[in-house]
Design a protein around this ligand. Structure first.
Ligand code: TMP
Length: 244
């Protein structure tokens, strides 16, 4: 087999070229980072679990008419995705207050946010992914006004679909991060991944504020049982997708 060309290695995934320039292969690693990679580690089998979770979430969203970069999942850690130019924004949706929102505003943990917050951060590790405003996005020419409007519209729809889905899993979708890209045809697509790395997910069957955490906050806060939490999310997602 010929060596594949590695195009990009991120903190949690590697992108390889395929035989088709319009298609890339996204490989999910076990590496975990937090706080802009100041904390590093590995979560056993995370790549396999996130690949499976992201696959199912992309399929669910595609079935609801959301355009995504996902084409097919070809192995337990790899999916073929459309080649896109990533819009350099991290789009964060907050249904309940947690994380940096609580730290920066003092809003108490778990406060319901209605309507949900849609926030933009500059995808730039050197600058520490700063919070943006629409004016800053325009001044920095990171995306057009129309693109930002389209991203907000898609993001709100995605939030509705994901909230419904996770509710059926007895999981509260607290907040999550999305990335978007533009393909060769100029279409705006949901890209990157949706997984316990990029969402806060709270188990509705638990009341203890630490025990209920089923996402990367277990790694960020050294709560232990990180892989077990990801496995629990995977099992619940799979049970919803194929109820038998
Ligand atoms: P935050 O509360 O730290 O701003 O995170 C909000 C959400 O975004 C949370 O679900 C974790 C996710 N997230 C990422 O996926 N990547 C990141 O680099 C950061 C900072 C947050």
């Amino acid at each position: 087999m010929t060596e594949r060309q590695k195009l990009y290695e991120g903190k949690a995934k590697i992108l390889y070229a395929s035989d088709d320039p319009a298609v890339l292969v996204s490989y999910f690693k076990d590496d975990a980072t937090a706080f802009n990679a100041q904390k590093r580690g590995q979560i056993l089998d995370k790549g396999r679990m996130n690949c499976a979770i992201a696959t199912h979430l992309f399929q669910i969203l595609a079935a609801q008419g959301i355009p995504t970069h996902w084409i097919e999942t070809t192995s337990d850690r790899e999916m073929r995705v459309q080649t896109v130019t990533i819009v350099p924004l991290e789009v964060v949706v907050r249904n309940f207050a947690a994380g940096s929102l609580c730290q920066q505003t003092g809003i108490p943990l778990g406060t319901e946010l209605a309507p949900p917050l849609v926030e933009f951060y500059f995808k730039n590790d050197d600058l520490g992914d700063p919070l943006l405003t629409r004016d800053r996005i325009r001044a920095m020419d990171l995306a057009s006004d129309n693109q930002v409007d389209a991203i907000i519209c898609l993001t709100e729809a995605i939030n509705g679909h994901l909230q419904d889905f996770f509710q059926r899993c007895q999981i509260t979708l607290v907040d999550f991060k999305l990335e978007f890209g533009v393909n060769g045809q100029g279409e705006l697509l949901l890209a990157d991944e949706i997984s316990p790395d990029t969402c806060r997910l709270w188990d509705q069957t638990k009341t203890d504020p630490k025990e209920r955490i089923l996402d990367k906050d277990r790694f960020r806060q050294d709560l232990g049982q990180v892989a077990d939490a990801y496995q629990e999310v995977l099992q619940r997602v799979l049970a919803q997708v194929s109820p038998n």
